[in-house]
Write a protein that binds this ligand. Structure first.
Ligand SMILES: Nc1ncnc2c1ncn2[C@@H]1O[C@H](COP(=O)(O)OP(=O)(O)OP(=O)(O)O)[C@@H](O)[C@H]1O
Ligand SMILES: [Mg+2]
Length: 527
């Protein structure tokens, strides 16, 4: 499709200025196609791949239809999750930056209703809401729908699916019949298309056609992994690919909590997001993730649709999604707006057929990969360090260090090569890895009721495999057996402890934070 410049679309100059300000060079294909149709006032269904700018595709024409002088509610966007409602409201606010008198208000559950009522009273023309809370306000008569002329369902197939359909019907019954109803999503299953007639009049289908449902700039891989090994494989992949930000999807809230604990115990900055959390916690987690303070978001499908965080470079399906559509949306959290991304799906045993089904549905290939061994991880670390060395040698002043090396070489029998090799060993964690650890570590620990913790036992307490470290839990004094020491500086160690004490051992220790890399607990008696 030809490039379409925003200037050529006859938009309000304030909006053209805003999109430039947001860094958009030209309209994306769905924007170029959908904006003119939406402007005619016709009902419409817009389908385009994840991360291709559907929000602005409906946000721009919505803003153009709003009469700023009229303080009444004029348009409403419905989203399936609170985080998405907040994000869509933000994006539309950015688009409205240079327009005067337009108030965009997100309305969602878990937020103080009294505050929302006050904001609604002060006159918002555009509400971005989750269905439950919008219905709540309708019952309380704190939201007035008489002048609403446009309704957008973002993630429309999800909104018209069982879980939300009744709510949507209820809301639409409260909106004047003379309205424009617009649906958007990256997926539009036939079963949902079949029922859209109930909600729309002579809708035009605007589809940015591509053979695949997923974007080509996401490399898709899968791994055959036993459920008990998933956490270890995830860690290895994180260490090898070092994605700036990642989203890890689990199928249950419980699994999210377990995995977050596991990752924190290994020293990663991870945080969980699921529906059982208080809204204030959910907001904090999203803020931490957007700002890069947390680099791994472990989530249920609440984060699968619509969420847009620029630096997400990897998506993990720790559990395969239940529905094919969800695969598309989950991996679509990366590779947005033309960026590169990778997805990694874990498949265990009988799930292979599900993966085939997903590939058929998406019309894409998901490539099988071998689980990287600890030696692979160590080699990658070494390569990364060597790459960094290039940088440092080329750009930094090393006079002081050169002097120190020269002194050492003069005072000893070593060559500079010996010293460089020793430094590499020191920094890349190329310590002796026991053969059973190097291959995928079935040490029989789990069967024996032991669990493996990855902890920092302190540099001075350097331990060898087989050593018993009794003081690792401080007061609790639970004995643990060292089964391998693989990380930097020799101080990070795998310790096996009896399962029933694992939590106590971890709790007795505090986290130390070492950005992005494995490890992070100090023994309590080291403080
Ligand atoms: N014309 C454009 N040029 C460059 N970037 C754009 C353009 N339009 C939108 N974007 C940016 O692209 C990113 C993805 O947009 P958006 O969230 O609207 O995607 P989407 O199609 O709704 O995806 P999803 O199906 O996952 O909800 C956002 O960060 C948005 O600001
Ligand atoms: Mg979207």
């Amino acid at each position: 499709m030809e490039e379409v410049r925003f200037e050529e679309m006859g938009l309000l100059p304030e909006i053209v200025k805003a999109v430039k300000n947001m860094g958009f060079e030209e309209a994306s294909p769905i924007q170029a196609k959908a904006i003119p149709v939406m402007r005619t006032g016709k009902d419409m269904i817009g389908q385009a791949q994840t991360g291709t700018g559907k929000t602005a595709a409906f946000g721009i024409p919505l803003l153009e239809k709003i009469e700023p002088k009229d303080r009444k509610l004029q348009a409403i966007v419905l989203c399936p999750t609170r985080e998405l409602a907040i994000q869509v409201a933000e994006e539309i606010r950015s688009l409205a930056k240079y327009m005067h008198g337009i108030k965009v208000l997100p309305i969602y559950g878990g937020q103080e209703i009294v505050t929302q009522i006050r904001s609604l009273k002060s006159g918002a023309q555009l509400v971005i809401g989750t269905p439950g809370r919008v219905m709540d306000h309708m019952r309380r008569k704190t939201i007035k729908m008489e002048e609403v002329h446009t309704v957008v369902l973002d993630e429309a197939d999800e909104m018209l699916n069982m879980g939300f359909r009744e709510d949507i019907e209820t809301i639409l019954e409260g909106v004047p019949v003379e309205r424009q109803t617009v649906l958007f999503s990256a997926t539009m299953p036939q079963a949902i298309l079949d029922i859209t007639k109930k909600f729309q009049k002579k809708a035009e289908l605007i589809k940015v056609t591509k053979k695949e449902l997923t974007v080509p700039n996401i490399e898709q891989f899968y791994y055959e992994v036993k459920p008990k090994n998933k956490e270890e494989v995830l860690s290895r992949l994180l260490d090898i690919y070092t994605p700036k930000l990642s989203v890890v999807f689990c199928n249950t809230k419980k699994q999210v909590d377990i995995l977050v604990n596991g990752l924190l115990g290994r020293g990663y900055f991870a945080a969980g997001l699921h529906g059982d959390m208080k809204q204030i916690q959910r907001d904090r987690v999203m803020q931490g993730f957007r700002s890069g303070k947390t680099d791994i978001l472990v989530a249920t499908d609440v984060a699968a649709r619509g969420i847009d965080v620029e630096e997400v470079e990897a998506v993990f399906n720790y559990d395969l999604p239940q529905d094919d559509e969800y695969y598309v949306h989950r991996i679509g959290r990366t590779g947005r707006a033309g960026r590169e991304g990778r997805s990694f799906s874990f498949v265990s045993g009988k799930e292979a057929y599900k993966l085939k089904e997903i590939q058929r549905y998406c019309k894409t290939k998901i490539y099988a990969q071998k689980v990287p061994s600890l030696n692979d991880v160590a080699s990658t670390k070494m390569e990364n360090i060597l790459d960094e060395i290039d940088q440092i040698v080329e750009t930094e002043d090393l006079t002081r260090y050169l002097q120190a090396i020269e002194n050492k070489v003069n005072d000893s029998d070593y060559t500079a090569m010996d010293m460089a090799a020793a430094f590499l060993k020191l920094t890349s964690g190329q310590n002796e890895i026991s053969p059973e650890e190097a291959e995928f570590g079935d040490t029989g620990a789990e069967e024996a009721g032991m669990v493996r913790l990855f902890i920092n036992i302190g540099k001075k307490n350097k331990a060898k495999p087989g050593d018993i470290v009794g003081a690792i839990a401080g007061e609790s004094g639970i004995p643990g057996k060292v089964i391998g020491s693989i990380d930097m500086y020799d101080k990070y160690t795998f310790v096996e402890v009896p399962k029933e004490y694992a939590r106590e051992v971890l709790n007795a220790m505090t986290h130390t934070k070492i950005k992005g890399k494995s490890i992070a607990v100090e023994p309590a008696n080291q403080k």
